[in-house]
Design a protein around this ligand. Structure first.
Ligand SMILES: Cc1cc2nc3c(=O)[nH]c(=O)nc-3n(C[C@H](O)[C@H](O)[C@H](O)COP(=O)(O)OP(=O)(O)OC[C@H]3O[C@@H](n4cnc5c(N)ncnc54)[C@H](O)[C@@H]3O)c2cc1C
Length: 391
């Protein structure tokens, strides 16, 4: 019988790869987790991460099950109690709140680095996970018996299955020549954090403007995190502003809904793209997270989709005989189970982005009417919010 270094090698220890390793920690599977960067477990608590996520209730459930949720410090988390969405006409609005939806909160805002830290702390007490970092694979060879990954130091590792959790520009995906159709939105997500003059009461706010989408997400200590999805020119203009000018511009763009703002975390920008992959599995290979799909951040669902992959793949691997975990026929069950949710989210986000990034006056009236009409239908609103919370 062949000797494997591990049953499973996960390439990429970002949020999704680390969560997958943890989701398999109480199984008989042996796991090697490869990560290109040293994890950061200590950071200045007086500062706030530029990158924050709206974590859905379904993702929170997964993070609780794998032991990461409790490791996050309560004072770094912010529950979302309401969502206020505005169109590009004065009365076009759609509002959701937790009370009406019969829940305590709609989602949680969590810093990227705090969640990453929680996952890595929990990984340290997972005896079946060997972590190798910093390292990157140099080659991957698949044959009938298994997968052989060779690292930059020439160490060769053999496993039954390799999972690519290595982000939107996935090395595993490229190395396996899995086709990925990537469509840039010609938009950037500009992120920054601000202290607010007025309390936000846990409300997330979003403005669908005719040329961009602005979101304010509640942070602890009367602060908020901004994501402005805008054109390259707008991005360049925002990044050129002084701290005071930027704060004034953002306050104005959100109609001073939280009064005057003060910049607390300098801005950064990320290019936005939509990625469809031809297949997220192959013999002895599976892709999860951004390696398998990317979406526009307007619905804040990117990492939630990745955690959905983790729940599905971990469930499949746990219930499959270890000898068969690299079998493409088995892995296709994971692909089928995820296809609908991923495609639905990509289609909705892409459709909304196109609908609002359009100057046509008929479309403008329709989209604003659509927001107001949906707002007047409590049943439809409840279904929409249930889907967003539980996906
Ligand atoms: C502006 C913006 C706002 C967003 N807001 C939200 C939000 O509110 N909610 C939400 O759910 N999502 C949001 N997203 C999406 C979210 O950031 C991603 O979906 C999520 O980070 C994907 O996680 P991942 O672990 O799959 O990939 P990544 O976070 O990219 O992690 C990949 C990991 O693999 C490692 N790696 C890469 N290549 C190699 C290699 N060759 N060898 C070893 N290691 C490697 C990297 O170092 C990294 O640690 C947003 C995205 C953007 C751009």
């Amino acid at each position: 019988m062949k000797n494997y270094d591990a049953d499973l090698i996960i390439v990429g220890g970002g949020l999704v790869g680390a969560a997958l390793a943890l989701a398999l920690k109480n199984t008989s599977l042996s796991i090697i987790l490869l990560e290109g960067r040293e994890p950061v477990l200590d950071f200045d608590l007086a500062t706030w991460d530029q990158r924050v996520y709206a974590i859905s209730r379904a993702s929170r459930k997964l993070l609780t099950q794998i032991g990461a949720w409790e490791r996050m410090r309560a004072e770094r988390l912010s529950p979302i109690s309401a969502m206020k969405i505005r169109g590009d006409e004065p009365n076009a609005k759609l509002e959701f709140n937790a009370l009406e939806s019969g829940v305590d909160e709609l989602a949680y805002i969590v810093e990227n680095r705090e969640l990453q830290r929680a996952l890595w702390l929990e990984l340290a007490s997972s005896p079946n996970v060997e972590i190798i970092t910093p390292t990157e694979p140099e080659s991957l060879v698949i044959d009938h018996d298994g997968a052989t990954l060779t690292l930059s130091n020439n160490r060769a590792l053999q496993a039954r299955l390799v999972v690519g959790a290595d982000g939107a520009n996935s090395w595993v995906r490229r190395h396996m020549k899995i086709d990925a159709n990537s469509k840039p939105y010609e938009q950037f997500g500009v992120v920054a954090n601000f202290a607010c003059e007025k309390p936000h009461y846990g409300a997330a706010q979003q403005w669908f403007k005719s040329d961009s989408i602005l979101a304010w997400l509640p942070l602890p200590q009367q602060q908020m995190s901004m994501v402005w999805s805008c054109s390259e020119n707008q991005k360049d203009e925002l990044l050129r502003l002084s701290a005071e000018q930027l704060a004034a511009k953002i306050a104005q763009a959100g109609s001073k809904a939280l009064g005057e703002l003060t910049l607390v975390t300098p801005p950064a920008a990320f290019p936005l793209k939509l990625t469809h992959v031809a297949s997220c599995v192959a013999a002895r290979v599976a892709l999860v997270g951004d390696a398998a799909h990317t979406v526009h951040p307007l619905a804040g669902q990117g990492v939630n989709l990745g955690f959905g992959d983790v729940a599905e793949l971990a469930n499949l691997l746990t219930n499959t005989h270890p000898e068969r975990i690299g079998d493409v026929l088995v892995l296709r069950r994971y692909e089928r189970a995820r296809r609908e949710s991923v495609l639905l989210m990509q289609t909705v986000c892409d459709g909304l982005q196109k609908l609002f990034n359009n100057q046509n006056s008929i479309l403008k009236s329709l989209r604003n009417f659509g927001l107001g009409f949906t707002d007047s239908l409590p049943w439809i609103k409840r279904q929409l919010i249930r889907h967003a919370m539980d996906s």
